[in-house]
Design a protein around this ligand. Sequence first.
Ligand code: G6P
Length: 368
Amino acid sequence: ESATKAGYPHFMLKEINEQPQAISDTLLRRIDKNNNLILDDIRLDEDEIQKIKDIYIVACGTAYNAGLIGKYIIENLANLRVRVDIASEFRYNKQFINENTLVILVSQSGETADTLAAQKLAKTKGCRILSITNVVGSSVARNSDDVFYTLAGPEIAVASTKAYTTMLVAFYMIGVELAKLKQEISIEDYHNIVEKLKKLPQKVKETLSVEKKCIEIAEKIKNSKSAFYIGRGLDDSVGKEGALKLKEISYIYTESFAAGELKHGTIALIEKDTPVIAVVTQDKLLDKTMSNIQEVKARGAYTIIITDKHIEDVKNYADDVIQIPEVYDMFSSILAVIPAQFIAYYTSIKKGNDVDKPRNLAKSVTVE
Ligand code: G6P
């Protein structure tokens, strides 16, 4: 293993801290001086995009969670219908795919067996295949029509961090480009959104200052039996990734729920001091999520809010608040996940777990 920890105690902490650079490499090299995106390996042109009627995003694990964000971005910017499938389910689900379908495969390693099997099926149906991967020349890349390489550099820790955030960059750029090709946004709006994208590396860097607060939170939750993430829309999808991080390295049973679903079951699991982490970054959903937080707080939950908003009387809702920088609502997930990564990392450390190599898990799963 040639990679080194460069002075960090673990690869995961190093990789969390490498995110501003990884995001900058993935993003800024693909923006020219006139705020145009340069997506060289994606050859879909205006005529071809008109033929695309549906998009399927297919992936596993963290890459699947990135796909959930991708769905929101592409649907809302490019006005295309998107379905997200877990790769191991894809072949067994009823498919409505043909030559008018764009299949986006997402895989850090580009070697995950289930994702490759899904790719094989999509190819036999004549779908256009675009892959998002971190490994140049990987199997998934070699068998795709179009490729978006995330330039995250090698990721060693089993728990994915910089691969996830650079996958989000990929979806942001693909979403904006599809919107332009489909003429869903004006050229002026296109340039404005690209300008917003350019701010992300610096904002991610600023977000790393939440580390200290996350260490305190880890201390408070380390003995919990279970924990929950809640949120709505994009925030629900970030919660899914936050829950995966926490469970895979701290071994605390963690689930993520759409905040509005609490009342249909999960709220029965809330006891005194159960940690509930709410992600609140979407202006239009703020009031609704805040009232869900109140519901769990009233039942004794230990509530933590990750937000980029300045919420009035936030102390009435939250035992702890993690304030992150404000960006365009559509791109806030890339910042909101960072505290979730730190909380998972420090909880695992405090429990004495093997952070970089959690039990029973592998970095790349090459069996179906
Ligand atoms: C394994 C890893 C996860 C990863 C998933 C998919 O389960 O532990 O971190 O998200 O595989 O891997 P891929 O390389 O396809 O993104």
